[in-house]
Design a protein around this ligand. Structure first.
Ligand SMILES: [Zn+2]
Length: 313
């Protein structure tokens, strides 16, 4: 058997190549060259695997990997392409009001499952735990620049920022308190609309918040509505569209019904950029696009303007 294997080697004619020492190293260098790029991609793959979750976020717009701390320091705005990520309500309030001036209102108010709607209670529990909030809006009185304002900020993480009895009641109380104190109101919205789990009770909040704003307006007090990504439904059909000044965050999707519903109903192709804040600015629903990083300065200048107008009147 051994002899046959010997003959095989000699038969191979390739014996010239085989015994020579040069070919194998050539082969090996070649293979390393061809392997190098594959090794490179392999390395980046393992790198991605090595990254612990929650440290980096991939920007959905420019696909850059952003260090989460950098994103936190930049108010959840992509430093490369200015894509606006969702931001928690408390983080936003912190970025706008003067330090230690925010006095929260009705912090203990919680929603009740009046209609015994399937899984509503468990969803409320889930979102309370996940967000450390009692419901989808945080309201209070605080100072922005030198101006005392009533500020309400919706948080999309809590039941999609939907307006149920608690959101409606807290906003109404905020507006009423601002009317009494003769302060401007600023409401920052992000919402899927009315909270269907509360049926018509949630729809009634549309009328209630709008009525409170009407009294506020009668006192010749300014109301600024700042619409951020995903402002839809009952919220847009009530208080969010009633601002003396309506501002929008860059790229925010804003409307009553979503684009798919409109397309299916009208059987028409929608224009490019339909329902974005930029599109609505062009068409007159929104007065200005305000990037999140500039929000505080811009709000201060608007409030200054309103205040000076009041003095002049
Ligand atoms: Zn980006």
């Amino acid at each position: 058997m051994d002899t046959t294997s010997f003959t095989k080697k000699t038969i191979g004619g390739v014996t010239q190549v085989e015994p020579a020492l040069t070919p194998p190293p050539i082969h090996s260098t070649q293979t390393t060259f061809t392997k190098k790029p594959t090794l490179g991609t392999g390395k980046s793959r393992t790198k991605k695997r090595d990254i612990p979750e929650g440290l980096w976020t991939k920007c959905p717009s420019c696909e850059t990997m952003i260090f989460d701390k950098e994103l936190d320091g930049n108010l959840q705005v992509c430093p490369k392409c200015q894509h606006h990520f969702p931001i928690a309500s408390r983080e936003r309030i912190h970025s706008l009001v003067e330090t230690c001036t925010f006095e929260e209102m009705d912090a203990e108010m919680i929603s009740v499952d009046v209609l015994k709607f399937a899984s509503y209670k468990s969803k409320l529990e889930r979102d309370r735990k996940a967000t450390m909030l009692r419901d989808a809006v945080v309201t209070g009185i605080g100072k922005i620049g030198k101006h005392q304002v009533g500020l309400g900020v919706i948080d999309f993480r809590f039941m999609g920022g939907s307006m149920g009895s608690v959101v409606g009641e807290k906003l109404t109380r905020l507006i009423e308190r601002a009317t009494e104190g003769r302060w401007p109101v600023i409401i920052i919205s992000t919402s899927g609309g009315a909270r269907m789990q509360e049926g018509c009770l949630s729809l009634m909040q549309m009328a209630k918040t709008s009525a409170a704003l009407a009294y506020h307006a009668q006192g010749r007090l300014p109301y600024l509505s700042y619409l951020t990504n995903n402002s839809y439904g009952g919220v847009m059909a009530s208080y969010a569209a009633l601002g003396d000044l309506i501002l929008g965050e860059p790229g925010a999707m804003i409307g009553f019904a979503g684009p798919r519903v409109i397309k299916d109903t009208t059987h028409a192709d929608l224009p490019p950029g339909f329902q974005t804040a930029e599109f609505l600015l062009e068409h007159g629903l929104i007065d200005a696009i305000v990037p999140r990083n500039e929000a505080k300065d811009r709000l201060v200048s608007y409030l200054d303007y309103f205040a000076s107008g009041k003095l002049a009147a």
